[in-house]
Write a protein that binds this ligand. Structure first.
Ligand code: RFL
Ligand code: PHB
Length: 389
């Protein structure tokens, strides 16, 4: 087998990269180690920046997004006694969209299987070779158990945090920065109409709460919990009671309904540099992880592949190396901005039990809710900064 770009991983980063290259006349093969059903069922991100929506729309993936996605004009910041709305269009002339990553992935897979480049599920033993030369290759075992070799001009490592690509880059030297936070999120999906028009980010002495949604009939809610908590110890009633406490606001209440999914997610920041070794390029969670408080992970993955697709088109069609040579630095500049913003949101909203920390957090929240400059800084970062520069 031979292709121009061998892509490892069919998450949003790999699938979108394949799509963007296809639209520019470059062929690729996407290799995914999970099944289609598994990939399409993973519940993850929910917020798309304007740039992400524009990129998906320009790539011909906007039909269902525009029909079923919900455009949001702001968020509420809450702390005891206050629920303050940040108005994004007024602050920075941009909006965000609620459209589940699950739906983005389904749309990308449907487009890929409808005449797009090959997408192979349930492959195993994926190994990348000769990335320092002109002709890298990927060895893998296909779904039928047959050993395969995919010869490539370039390999894209979009295989997420636990993938095989990042170690290959790091073997040649590089650096990793990591921060593990002393909290986790307990997330639920519930068949309940959201009781709020915008997302609510709530600070509470007992811990952070986030009220999000997937549709007019489905709510997505998160609670800060200790990372050692076991999901079995959280009955639905215990979760709803904790949500009532953390979102308490006069004359208002959380809407309850059947819980259809619940899980506990650890929180970390992680950056691996460089995002390239020879002809192997990393994008998305393969190179970096942010805690979900800033809603940045999926958007960063989309920003990376937007840069990477342009750089690869230039390399493969015009034989110019300038954009692939600057890819890692340009991508990392945005990665660090989002890493800071996600860390800042996380630090402002999650409680540690320390009274001094709590007063600093409340002071910061009051500042964001009273100063237009402080609010604008949050709004610009949340809705997404320019992609390159
Ligand atoms: P993915 O989605 O992890 O996809 C990687 C793919 O590679 C496959 N794979 C391999 N395939 C072949 N061979 C191997 N050896 C392989 N190893 C792995 C995997 O099966 C998978 O299909 O990475 P990608 O594409 O970079 O996308 C990144 C996003 O998924 C991630 O950043 C977001 O989900 C993060 N995130 C959020 N991001 C946002 O922008 N907004 C949000 O509101 C938001 N909320 C969230 C989030 C992530 C969360 N969790 C679960 C960590 C909320 C949560 C709860
Ligand atoms: C979500 O809806 O899953 C979501 C929204 C905002 C975040 C994180 C997750 O910051």
């Amino acid at each position: 087998m031979r292709t121009q770009v061998g892509i490892i991983g069919a998450g949003p980063a790999g699938l979108l990269l394949s799509r963007l290259l296809h639209l520019q006349g470059i062929d690729s093969v996407v290799l995914e180690n999970r099944s289609r059903e598994y990939v399409e069922a993973r519940i993850r991100a929910g917020i798309l920046e304007q740039h992400t929506v524009d990129t998906l729309t320009d790539a011909g993936l906007g039909d269902r997004l525009h029909r079923e996605g919900l455009e949001h004009h702001g968020v509420y910041l809450q702390y005891p006694g206050t629920r303050h709305e940040l108005d994004f269009p007024a602050l920075c002339d941009r909006t965000v969209w609620v459209y589940g990553q699950t739906e983005v992935t389904k749309d990308l897979i449907a487009a890929q299987l409808d005449g797009g480049p090959p997408l192979l599920f349930e492959v195993s033993d994926v190994q990348v070779e000769d990335v320092d030369g002109e002709s890298p290759r990927i060895r893998f075992t296909d779904a039928d158990g047959a050993a395969q070799v995919l010869e490539c001009d370039v390999v894209a490592g979009t295989d997420g945090f636990h993938g095989v690509s990042r170690p290959v880059v790091q073997q040649a030297g590089g650096r990793v920065w990591e921060r593990t936070y002393p909290y986790a999120w307990l997330g639920i999906l519930a068949d309940a109409a959201p009781a709020t028009d915008e997302l609510i980010y709530a600070w509470h002495p007992e811990g952070f709460g986030l009220y999000s949604m997937r549709s007019p009939t489905v709510s997505r809610l998160y609670l800060q919990v200790d990372p050692s908590e076991k999901i079995e110890d959280w009955s639905d009633d215990r979760i709803w009671d904790a949500l009532d406490t953390r979102f308490a606001h006069e004359g208002w209440s959380v809407n309850r309904g059947p819980v259809t999914e619940k899980s506990i997610l650890p929180m970390r920041s992680f950056v691996s540099a460089p995002m390239r070794r020879g002809r192997l390029f990393l994008a998305g969670d393969a190179a970096h992880i942010v805690p979900p408080t800033g809603a940045k992970g999926l958007n960063l993955a989309v920003a990376d592949v937007t840069l990477l697709a342009t750089a690869l088109v230039r390399l493969l069609q015009e034989k110019e190396t300038d954009l692939v040579d600057s890819y890692s630095d340009r991508a990392l500049a945005r990665v660090w901005r989002c890493t800071h913003f996600s860390w800042w949101m996380t630090s402002m909203l999650h409680t540690s039990g320390d009274d001094f920390d709590a007063e600093l957090q409340l002071s910061q929240l009051r500042r964001v809710c009273s100063s237009e400059a402080a609010a604008r800084e949050l709004a610009e970062n949340y809705t997404g900064l320019p992609i390159d520069g």
